[in-house]
Design a protein around this ligand. Structure first.
Ligand SMILES: NC(=O)c1ccc[n+]([C@@H]2O[C@H](COP(=O)([O-])OP(=O)(O)OC[C@H]3O[C@@H](n4cnc5c(N)ncnc54)[C@H](O)[C@@H]3O)[C@@H](O)[C@H]2O)c1
Length: 342
């Protein structure tokens, strides 16, 4: 298939592109390039791409594709809290416009990167796709609004599918240090401590970046009736762990690391355990990566690449890097690129 992937120069996109290409798909990227140079280790081979802000996409740029995989977003809660209106502009309004233009351009399939954080505070019970959505942050709220608005566009010519991914982990050449397992392993490597600021009790479902890529490939190639306007949780029940359990898996792989549960931020209302059976049953999805295996992979990659504390805190932390792009006048206060050559 001819596939346009937005956010192809992000953490997940950089892992997904080679998996789509290896499966025989013709892949084109679209990204504002905020993190294009935020690479750990050898530079990845990007597909042909357009450096375009999502808010400026045109119908011509979407013409000729069989599918759009939409990953581009301001991708986490701290970013959303810093600039809620920009988060809604990019993550909600521009995403809905992208879907509308894709439909107008004759694109049949639209795969959307949603998140399990749409469930918000869900307590101890496993949540299925039909559970009430209780987003707790502008980021999660923006994802709910896209699902709602884009579902309303579905018809025989346009089949959106909403993949509600668990929190990702694992190595990507365009690393993110601000997601829980990647963060804990990095701190352990750099300081010797595995430091948990909450009381360790919140549940976090996790899934490896390569398993997310495999899930998108499955949905891309699925019979259309299995994905048409469906929402699926993407992950595996065995990776529903508490933050304390995730931290313990880091202690187990980083030599000499010590566990510190400081509790200084108290409990965290974002706690949810997720049921992943619907996607497994509809499409046979099986996540391959466990958290201990992911922690071991990250440890190996960080040590091999000589990860530094400065890069960990700045280059690979989404909020810090975007602030530095603003300070350097690469992007303006609305996160639009001022220069195109950096
Ligand atoms: N990583 C996770 O744990 C996780 C979990 C669930 C869902 N998701 C979703 O998956 C998607 C990808 O996540 P990621 O971890 O790769 O994030 P990321 O921040 O690494 O990548 C996002 C990409 O989008 C691009 N982008 C941002 N704003 C843009 C704009 N206005 N115009 C064009 N491009 C823009 C960035 O340059 C970046 O390359 C996001 O939609 C995110 O919400 C991620």
């Amino acid at each position: 298939m001819r596939v346009l992937i937005t956010g192809h120069q992000g953490y997940l996109g950089t892992v997904m592109v080679p998996i789509l290409r290896d499966a025989g798909h013709e892949v084109t990227g679209l990204d504002s390039g905020f993190f294009a140079d935020c690479v750990l280790g050898p530079a990845p081979a990007d597909p042909p791409g357009m450096r375009v802000d999502l808010r400026d996409v045109t119908v011509e740029q979407l013409t000729g594709f069989d599918a759009v995989i939409h990953l581009a977003a301001l991708s986490n809660d701290p970013l959303g809290a810093l600039a809620p209106q920009i988060t809604y502009d990019i993550n909600h309004h521009a995403s809905v416009k992208l879907a509308r233009l894709a439909k107008a351009a004759g694109v049949r399939r639209f795969l959307y990167a949603s998140t399990c954080s749409v469930y918000g505070a869900a307590g101890e019970d496993l949540v299925t796709e039909s559970a009430p959505l209780r987003p707790l942050t502008p980021y999660a709220e923006s994802k709910v609004r896209v699902e709602y608005d884009v579902a309303a566009m579905a018809d025989e010519s346009f089949s959106p599918v909403f993949l509600r991914n668990a929190t990702a982990f694992g190595f990507s050449p365009r690393l993110r240090a601000d997601i829980v397992l990647n963060n804990l392993v990095g701190h352990a490597v750099l300081t010797g401590d595995v430091r948990v600021l909450s009381d360790g009790t919140p549940w976090r479902p996790l899934v490896h970046a390569r398993d997310i890529a495999a899930a998108f490939l499955l949905a891309l190639e699925a019979p259309i009736d299995r994905v048409h306007c469906a929402a699926y949780n993407v992950g595996t029940e065995s990776n529903n762990l508490t933050v304390a359990e995730i931290a313990q898996s880091v202690v187990d792989v980083v030599p000499g690391a010590k566990l510190l549960i400081t509790g200084e931020t108290g409990g965290d209302p974002r706690s949810y355990r997720v049921d992943f059976s619907a996607f497994r049953e509809a499409l046979g999805f099986k996540a391959k990566w466990s958290i201990p295996d992911g922690a071991a992979e990250l440890y190996k990659e960080y040590v091999a690449a000589g990860l530094t504390a400065d890069d960990f805190a700045n280059k690979f932390t989404r909020l810090a890097h975007l602030k530095s792009l603003q300070a350097d006048n690469v992007v303006d206060e609305s996160m639009r690129r001022i220069t195109t050559d950096v």
